[in-house]
Design a protein around this ligand. Structure first.
Ligand SMILES: Cc1ncc(COP(=O)(O)O)c(C=O)c1O
Length: 453
């Protein structure tokens, strides 16, 4: 295998002068001008780092500490952080392009859409670009409603699809939705993994069923065998569409290009984002069948996004896909995922008092701890042992381990050893110490301009 996957790492050494004072200043400024509670929560969980150097699966805090990044912005750094080939492609693109005029046809958009048609499952072949995951889901839902002329969208409890309008309406966690109600009408949620509940919710009013093949924010919950196939059947029976949200699970994360391939199910609409931009530029894509494109033919301007699929981002995304193909990154992710999950299972067997369950697919692994409070405490201990790992947004007892796919066997071992040390710390009752509070500064008040004259 062409192993030009290596994207730097600890051997690279430190390329900056550690600056703990700059870190405190940044945190204080963040607390003042963004959100002090965010700083407090992150500090309590040992996650109050300010990212400085980034390379392959590693990241360095501005104070000089090195971490194996197992959060990766929830699966955004599949080709590694600042992958050198992708960075070079971005530099070259900057020398000759800009975002492009969104209203015009673009060579870069056309090339990326053609590539997506090649690498996505079944008869998915047409694309609408966006800038982020929520936007990709919003368009998927618009397309489903527009093409079927039906109102209802069925999603799942604890599902996560972003915070934009339609996507938020489909969010499976009430706490995210309630402050903004009333949201879009005709959105219903059923328990994830229950094929009967799903089938019962799908009828002649249903435009689409929206699912993550593996719930990410919901706590790394893999679709049970037969579930996606049952969803496909329920949709076909009712004339509804199946939308798969592969924003976290796609682009090799689960050891296949798309998680749906594990289940032999082809959706009508699929959303991808995050890693598509190589962690350098924002881009998302909603990919769908040619039949559904009929809805857009009479009005090609019915959905627009100024920066969606910008020329620069398309060039970067094409290079991301080229790197993945040429370095056989998906097969590598499958092998590393096996090593990781096997290691996690043997640690779990040795520590049933801490780990209740290990689950996952490929390099999308979840550790369910015995109780909710262990999530933040384990983040804290893992950080002390050089691993950046974050508990799940919708399930604090579940820790997500989603390293870059360029991770090598020795780095998987590093993670497993750090986990064992963190568990010993937790069991022995070490830390977290009371974190030093960060106080927001008083904001300087700009004096009003002196009246003229
Ligand atoms: C499965 C899934 N869908 C959608 C989104 C929303 O993506 P974005 O934050 O880019 O809008 C996310 C983000 O974490 C996600 O994990």
């Amino acid at each position: 295998m062409d192993n030009d996957r290596s994207t730097g790492g600890p051997a690279d050494g430190l390329h900056f002068v550690p600056d703990p004072a700059a870190k405190e200043q940044a945190l204080e400024q963040f607390a003042t001008y963004l959100n002090p509670q965010k700083v407090r929560v992150l500090r309590a969980a040992g996650l109050d780092m300010i990212e400085a150097q980034r390379s392959g699966p590693w990241v360095w805090d501005i104070d000089g500490r090195r971490f194996l990044d197992c959060f990766t912005s929830a699966g955004s750094f599949n080709v590694g952080r600042r992958n050198p080939r992708v960075v070079a492609a971005a530099h070259a693109a900057l020398d000759r392009l800009d975002n492009g005029n969104f209203l015009l046809c673009s060579r870069e958009k056309a090339e990326l859409a053609a590539k997506l048609a090649e690498i996505t499952p079944g008869d998915l072949s047409c694309t609408m670009f966006g800038t982020g995951g929520g936007e990709a889901i919003d368009f998927a839902i618009k397309l489903a409603r527009g093409a079927t002329r039906r109102p209802r969208i069925v999603s799942t409890v604890n599902g996560y699809h972003g915070h934009t309008g339609f996507a938020l309406s489909a969010n499976g966690r009430a706490a995210f939705r309630q402050p903004f109600e009333p949201l879009m009408p005709e959105f219903v949620q059923v328990p994830f993994g229950d094929a009967d509940a799903l089938a019962a919710a799908v009828d002649e009013h249903t435009a689409a069923v929206l699912l993550e093949p593996v719930q990410g924010e919901g706590g790394i919950v893999v679709s049970p065998p037969g579930y996606l196939a049952a969803a496909r059947t329920a949709c076909d029976r009712a004339g509804a569409l199946l939308i798969l949200d592969e924003i976290q699970t796609g682009l090799g994360r689960t050891g296949r290009w798309w998680a749906s391939e594990h289940f032999d199910v082809v959706p009508d609409i699929m959303a991808t984002a995050k890693s598509l931009g190589g962690s350098l530029v924002p881009i998302s894509a909603t990919v769908f069948t040619e039949d559904l494109r009929e809805f857009l033919i009479p009005n090609p301007f019915i959905h627009l996004s100024t920066f969606g699929g910008s020329d620069l981002a398309c060039v970067v995304a094409l290079e991301v896909i080229a790197v993945m193909e040429e370095t056989d990154l998906v097969a590598h992710a499958a092998a590393m995922g096996e090593q990781l999950l096997a290691g996690l299972r043997s640690i779990a067997e040795a520590h049933p008092e801490v780990i209740a369950q290990v689950r996952g697919l490929g390099l999308m692994a979840g550790l369910e701890y015995g109780e909710d409070s262990m999530g933040p405490r384990m983040s804290y201990h893992l950080a002390r042992h050089g691993v950046l790992a974050v508990y799940s947004g919708n399930q604090p007892a579940v820790m997500r381990l989603m390293p870059s796919l360029v991770i090598e066997p020795a780095e998987v071992e590093f993670l497993l050893e750090a986990l064992q040390r963190a568990i010993s710390d937790l069991v022995s009752g070490a830390g977290p110490e009371e974190p030093t509070p960060v106080r927001p500064r008083r904001r300087p008040v700009r004096s009003a301009p002196a009246p003229a004259g």
